[in-house]
Design a protein around this ligand. Structure first.
Ligand code: AMP
Length: 211
């Protein structure tokens, strides 16, 4: 199914998305500010698969609820929410029918522990991660982009202090997730410093190479 879709995409472009649906489990990893949001929206639209952004799902928790207050206490300072909050949100979403044949994980897994738990969950259902897209961007470029975004958007976690906390956490806790997947041989490196259209082309070529 994946290869049929990707052949369509190559021949006819994204407009061919409506004729078939991709069956693939994809993890998208990249530091804050790498442009994951833009690329994920485009990918989801093109491939027609569900988008599982744990950041979005956590932000949807009502801030005035007891749970929301706990969630906000992590997000607002740029720290990772604990697994007991994150894992149930993910497994509940994965149990929904549209996730039966694949999805795009965005911002998850963020730690080697989460990656292990996701592997176990998928293995119990006879599935595995097919491809890990690693969006690479230099730290100075990231900092510039994030500070610019802080001026334009109103995200509570986009200020100088939380930006550096989030970059630090990415380096220490999320980068090792890549090693975890490199061990499985399913990582595709993407240069995130190119124009967004070129990044997207590379992503599609990367997916094609994993068919
Ligand atoms: P994001 O929108 O992916 O940048 O996530 C925003 C914030 O949500 C992060 O800085 C964390 O506080 C929290 N978060 C998102 N995904 C996870 C995850 N997989 N594990 C723990 N915390 C997460």
């Amino acid at each position: 199914m994946a290869s049929r879709y990707l052949t369509c995409w190559r021949l006819f472009g994204p407009a061919s998305a409506f004729i078939t649906v991709l069956t693939m489990w994809i993890v998208f990893i990249g530091p804050p500010g790498a442009g994951k949001g833009t690329q994920c929206s485009k990918l989801v639209e093109t491939l027609g698969i569900p988008h599982l952004s744990t950041g979005d799902m956590l932000r949807e928790t009502r801030r005035d609820s007891a749970l929301g207050k706990v969630v906000a206490s992590y997000i607002d300072v740029g720290r990772l929410a604990p697994d007991y909050l994150v894992m149930p949100i993910v497994t509940k979403r994965l149990a929904e029918p549209d996730c039966r044949s694949g999805c795009l994980f965005d911002g998850f897994p963020r730690t080697v522990q989460q990656a292990g738990q996701l592997d176990e969950f998928l293995a119990r259902n006879g599935k595995r991660i097919d491809v890990v897209l690693h969006l690479q961007v230099d730290t100075e470029v990231l900092l510039g982009r994030l500070l610019k975004r802080a001026g334009l958007e109103n995200r509570v976690d986009d200020n100088e202090q939380t930006i550096s906390a989030r970059l630090d956490i990415y380096r220490t806790q999320t980068a090792p997730v890549l090693e975890h997947y490199q061990g499985q041989g399913n990582v595709v490196e993407i240069d995130g410093q190119q124009a967004p259209e070129l990044v997207f082309d590379d992503i599609m070529t990367g997916l094609n190479s994993r068919k």
